[in-house]
Write a protein that binds this ligand. Sequence first.
Ligand SMILES: [Ca+2]
Length: 287
Amino acid sequence: MPRKLDFENVPSLDDVLKTNSLFLELVLNSRLLCGAECSVHVDVCRSYAWNRLSLRCLIYSLKFDSAPVSASTELGWQHYNVKVCPTTIPNGAINLSGVFTPGTTSNATCDFGYGTISGQITAACNAHYQTEVSDTCHPLIMDAALGRPSKESTTIMSSNPASVAVDGNRDTNWMSGSCTHTSFGDPTPWWRVDLQRVLYIITVRLLNRGSDSTGIDSSGRLKDATVNTGNTTLSITTPCGFFAGPGTLGQLVTINCPPYTVGRFVKISIVTEFLTLCEVDVFAIAP
Ligand SMILES: [Ca+2]
C-alpha cells in the first residue's frame, strides 16, 4: 500500500519548474483524487496542481516554489506540495533519497568539520512534521594535537624529537626534520601526545614517512600500530584502533576510535623496529 501523504497549499509556482518536472497528467473530478494520485507515486511525486474548471490533475517531481509568480494567475488552479519534515539538521544533512514523511527514519551525516560522539545520527520525522535527531553534530577540534607536548620511548636524533610529529609540518621526507624516529634496540617503541585537556577522541590520523632524499624506503616500518587513549600517563589503555599495515610511502592512516572514546593522552605503540611518524592529527570533541 502506498503511504498516505499530506499536502500543504502553496499560492503559486514557477512555470519553468512546472514544465521541467511534470511527471503525469490526468483528468480527475476532485482535488482529493488528484492528491491520492500523488500518493500512489510516492517515490516521485513532490507536488501536484489541480484545476477546478478543466479538472486537469498535474503530478510533479519537484515541489513548488511558493514565491509569487505573475504567470501563475491562470484561472482555477490550486497548488499543493507534499508535506515533509525538514531534511536538514544543524551542521548536517539527512541521507534520504525518498520523501521524508511522518514515520520515516534516516541516517544523517555531519558536515565537514563536525562530528558526533556516538558515531552516528538517526533522524526521524514525527507526526508533527518535526525532525528529531538521536545525536548532535558538534564542532570537531581538528588540531587537538597540534603543538601539544609530546614524548617518545627513545629518539634516534635530537634534531627529530617527538615534537616534530605535531609541528604542523607535513613534509614526509626524513631529511626535512619533520618526522620523529625512535632509536636502535628499542623493543617497544611508542610515541604519545598530551592534549592538555580531556576530550572525546574521534579520529587519529598518522602521516607515514614518505620518499626520502636518502633513497631509502622505510614506509613499511609502520605496522601493527596500536592507538590508545587515557587520562593519565600511567593509564593510556583505552583502545582507539589498530593499523596492521605495513604502511606505504607518505600514507595518511585514518583510525576512527569507537564511540565515546575519552582521553587526554593519545599513544601510538608498535612492537617491532623503529616507530617513525611525520605528523599525528587528533580530531576531537570538547565534552
Ligand atoms: Ca611533522
